[in-house]
Design a protein around this ligand. Structure first.
Ligand SMILES: NC(=O)C1=CN([C@@H]2O[C@H](COP(=O)(O)OP(=O)(O)OC[C@H]3O[C@@H](n4cnc5c(N)ncnc54)[C@H](O)[C@@H]3O)[C@@H](O)[C@H]2O)C=CC1
Ligand SMILES: O=C([O-])CC(=O)C(=O)O
Length: 331
């Protein structure tokens, strides 16, 4: 029996993500948690004729969170505010850091063995926050904590296919590594499978589009939020891979932002990049992140320049998350 939880289930990402999980045959029980509207979203989804049972919970002074999280095998977290035009993901830290911290404390207490998939921005900082909270509670398993960067991979597939003419973009495997904001996002087109030929005069614009694809959506939505539907697709794609690997399927690899020193093969990459939290292709298995795959050392000269910028930006984002847990802001 697999129990999946969506925390932030009533939101722009949460609702379509919950729909995809309700339709997924790997899920037996789906618990929806949010500070608003979950009874309605759960009632709506529960009429869909797929096997998963659906329940919805509001906080109820901690009782709702306890009921939602207890027994969970996987918790996906899209809780928190999205960007408006003119904001960076880091501008979301002030509000979302506290939201993520609270939810992770709930996970530490009620389902410490669950896979935890963090979507809430800024991912570069919210994942270190989660790691520190879990460490403090004595239940941190680095193989089970994932920052979801799949949307960057999905965008890279789509934008590259737009140039090469590939009709099924998801047939491309393109490592997108680093973090999840602006210049911390580094696509490695030189390691695409099958190989792709990006004309030199299109390279810079393509890299920029992958790095700032989120801004494209924020601008187009004009104050109504950021990517939700493409994120629900990407979040589900990653969650499904984690669940398939957990059930024994072999050979599943997808990039994710993880605590590298805790994952086999990750230590060398952490040392090379100067960052303990970093996204690289991860081989998934029954225990979660089984192996970090070193694509960094194979980057070409152009990509190495992009990586240098990413390393520096990421260090600040990671430290900000760690500090938030150990020296919380006084007010
Ligand atoms: N990792 C990625 O690639 C992406 C991340 N995001 C991020 O995902 C987050 C959510 O985005 P949207 O769904 O568009 O926002 P939204 O505002 O539509 O939904 C967020 C939901 O979180 C809920 N929420 C707030 N505090 C909560 C708490 N303490 N516990 C449970 N639920 C709580 C809200 O009630 C709301 O229903 C944002 O931080 C956004 O920046 C968005 C797109 C891509
Ligand atoms: O841009 C945003 O704020 C939302 C996000 O992370 C993305 O779409 O990649």
């Amino acid at each position: 029996m697999v129990k999946a939880v969506v925390a932030g289930a009533s939101g722009g990402i949460g609702q379509p993500l919950s729909l995809l999980l309700k339709a997924c045959p790997l899920v037996d029980e789906l618990a929806l948690y949010d500070v608003v509207n979950t009874p309605g979203v759960a009632a709506d989804l529960s009429h869909i004729s797929t096997p998963a049972t659906v329940t919805g919970y509001l906080p109820e002074n901690g009782e709702g969170l306890k009921k939602a999280f207890t027994g969970a095998d996987i918790v996906v977290i899209p809780a928190g505010i999205p960007r408006k035009p003119g904001m960076t993901r880091d501008d979301l830290f002030k509000i979302n850091a506290g939201i993520v911290k609270g939810l992770i404390e709930g996970i530490a207490q009620h389902c410490p063995k669950a896979f935890v998939l963090i979507i809430s921005n800024p991912v570069n900082s919210t994942v270190p926050i989660a790691a520190e909270v879990l460490k403090r509670a004595g239940v941190f398993d680095p193989k089970k904590l994932f920052g979801v960067t799949t949307l960057d991979v999905v965008r890279a597939e789509t934008f590259v296919a737009g140039i090469t003419g590939e009709r099924t973009p998801s047939k491309l495997t393109i490592p997108v590594i680093g973090g999840h904001s602006g210049q911390t996002i580094v696509p490695l087109f030189s390691q695409a499978q099958p190989a792709v030929n990006i004309p030199a005069d299109k390279y810079d614009a393509l890299v920029n589009r992958v790095q700032f694809g989120g801004d494209e959506v924020v601008k187009a939505k004009d104050g109504a939020g950021s990517a939700t539907l493409s994120m629900a697709y990407a979040g589900f794609r990653f969650a499904e891979k984690v669940l398939k690997a957990a059930s024994g399927e072999k050979g599943i690899v997808e990039p994710s932002y993880v605590y590298l020193p805790g994952v086999s093969g990750g230590d060398t990459i952490a040392k090379a990049t100067g960052n303990d939290f970093f996204s690289v292709p991860i081989e998934l298995g029954p225990s979660g992140a089984e192996k970090a795959i070193d694509v960094v050392s194979k980057a070409n000269e152009q990509e190495k320049k992009l990586l240098e910028v990413a390393y520096k930006d990421l260090q600040g984002n990671i430290q900000k998350g760690i500090d938030f847990v150990h020296n919380p802001p006084q007010n």
